[in-house]
Write a protein that binds this ligand. Structure first.
Ligand code: BG6
Length: 459
């Protein structure tokens, strides 16, 4: 049974939705998207899907759908465009207006402080999170947000997908894994400090990290495959969750960093900082399950998304590789539909940490264009969500404390890997990579299915 206060909603991020780049500082996400625009023709972040000007209309659509929550992020560079001190008042006011509009419509904002959009000034000044200075700047920025918006926002997320940031150096404008893992450690510290700070401010809300969580099945019952799958989950998911919960990097993780020559420097007192803060919940970005087994080149299934994407880089040449799961349907982007996998994964996470869980991303991507009837009949997405709802219900019945479901994405946004080609929205945004048009909003069939589903579980 879904509890009455379950947070039914959906997600977006600032850099992928807002646009209005002239009203904020440049970020590394902008530079990366501009490069992909040049090389591959993908839409960049400068207009994105113009949430900046459409937010009122979007919030009305959320309300009509019955949303209880909306996960979004604040663009750090809209608040602090040039450095860590000079505030952009217009940017500050923009988020006030969005939160006011959400609250007016009884929709809880769930707000991520840092979702892939590293301000360029940080990188230029001191190489971003590679430097400890970034920890102080992140804490100061977070403090500003808590003071400014703390009475309007009750759910906060610190850093989106820290592990993905480590696996895609270009997201932070970095060059190699040595740098990204130093940045990774500094993000762990920043996360702990911000959680501690938030708790000390007694703002009567909850805060947690946002974890990239996909579950790995072994390709066979060969003990080697089982160990590889287990290792993959530990490396990509649980090593970080352990740091958040126990304030300590697991030994296998430190061994792996050493093997890869990616060891990071820790200072005296760092472990105390990590131990000093426990999150109130975990935000989980969970999309699909993956299958890995021994590396046999000929059989390789490239669970491949585009240049520089984590799922591709997770195939370790000579060590392990991805296999296709013959028991689950796949999207055209090779992410599968596995509701049983969600049930299993929620249980696995909850049994390990006994911490409340909030789904902050989950979704089905497709290359979509309007049909002759001016609509999008996204049957496969509906089928995917039906399985996810079943998976969540089973987990809830098993006693998992699941706070809500905020799939990716509410409206179509620019994909982090494929511009406007790869769409996830419940609501279609009428623009292409080349032609921005009016960015008109057109609810897809999945939007209407979701509305009925929310109604069914909340009446
Ligand atoms: C998550 C990110 O990793 O996956 C989102 O938090 C991203 O920002 C989403 O858009 C889907 O990835 P992609 O590359 O398919 O857009």
């Amino acid at each position: 049974m879904f509890p009455k206060d379950f947070l039914w909603g959906a997600s977006i991020s600032a850099m992928q939705a807002e646009g209005s780049i002239d009203n904020r500082g440049l970020t590394f996400a902008d530079l990366r998207s501009q490069q992909m625009n040049k090389d591959l023709g993908y839409a960049d972040t400068s207009v994105a899907v113009d949430f900046y000007h459409h937010y009122k209309e979007d919030i009305q659509l959320m309300k009509e759908c019955g949303f209880k929550s909306f996960r979004m992020s604040i663009a750090w560079s809209r608040i602090f465009p040039n450095n860590s001190t000079d505030i952009n008042q217009e940017g500050v006011d923009f988020y006030h207006s969005v939160f006011d509009e959400l609250n007016k419509n009884n929709i809880e904002p769930i707000v991520t402080l840092f979702h892939f959009d590293m301000p360029y000034w940080m990188a230029k000044k001191y190489n971003g999170f590679v430097s400890r200075q970034a920890i102080n700047d992140f804490v100061a920025y977070s403090k500003f947000c808590f003071e400014e918006y703390g009475n309007k926002v009750k759910y906060w997320l610190t850093i989106n997908e820290q592990t993905v940031l480590a696996f895609i150096p270009s997201l932070q404008g970095l060059k190699n894994f040595k740098e990204t893992y130093q940045a990774f450690h500094h993000m762990s510290l920043a996360n702990a400090k911000v959680i501690k700070l938030y708790h000390s401010m007694n703002l009567n809300g909850k805060i947690g990290p946002c974890i990239s969580y996909s579950t790995t099945y072994p390709a066979s019952c060969d003990p080697q495959d089982i160990r590889l799958a287990f290792f993959q989950d530990d490396l990509m998911v649980f090593s970080l969750c352990d740091v958040h919960m126990y304030g300590k990097y697991p030994q296998y993780f430190l061994n792996w960093l050493k093997e890869m020559n990616c060891e990071f420097k820790m200072e005296l007192g760092d472990e105390e900082i990590l131990k000093d803060a426990i999150p109130d919940f975990f935000g989980l970005n969970w999309y699909c399950t993956e299958v890995i087994g021994k590396y046999i080149e000929e059989d390789s299934f490239g669970n491949y998304d585009g240049p520089d994407m984590p799922r591709q880089s997770r195939t370790l040449k000579g060590v392990y590789q991805y296999y296709k799961n013959p028991h689950t349907p796949y999207s055209e982007y090779n992410w599968n539909n596995d509701g049983i996998g969600l049930h299993y994964s929620l249980r696995k996470m909850y049994d390990r940490y006994h911490i409340p869980l909030l789904i902050t991303e989950n979704g089905w991507s497709a290359n979509e264009t309007l049909g002759d009837d001016g609509k999008i009949h996204d049957i496969e997405r509906i089928d995917y969500f039906k399985n996810m709802v079943e998976g969540m219900e089973e987990a809830l019945n098993d006693g998992v404390e699941l706070m809500g479901f905020n799939p990716w994405s509410f409206i179509d946004v620019t994909s982090s890997s494929q511009g406007m080609n790869k769409r996830y929205g419940l609501v279609f945004v009428d623009r292409t990579n080349e032609d921005i048009k009016e960015c008109a909003r057109i609810p897809k069939d999945s939007y209407y299915w979701y509305k009925e589903t929310i109604e069914k579980y909340t009446k």
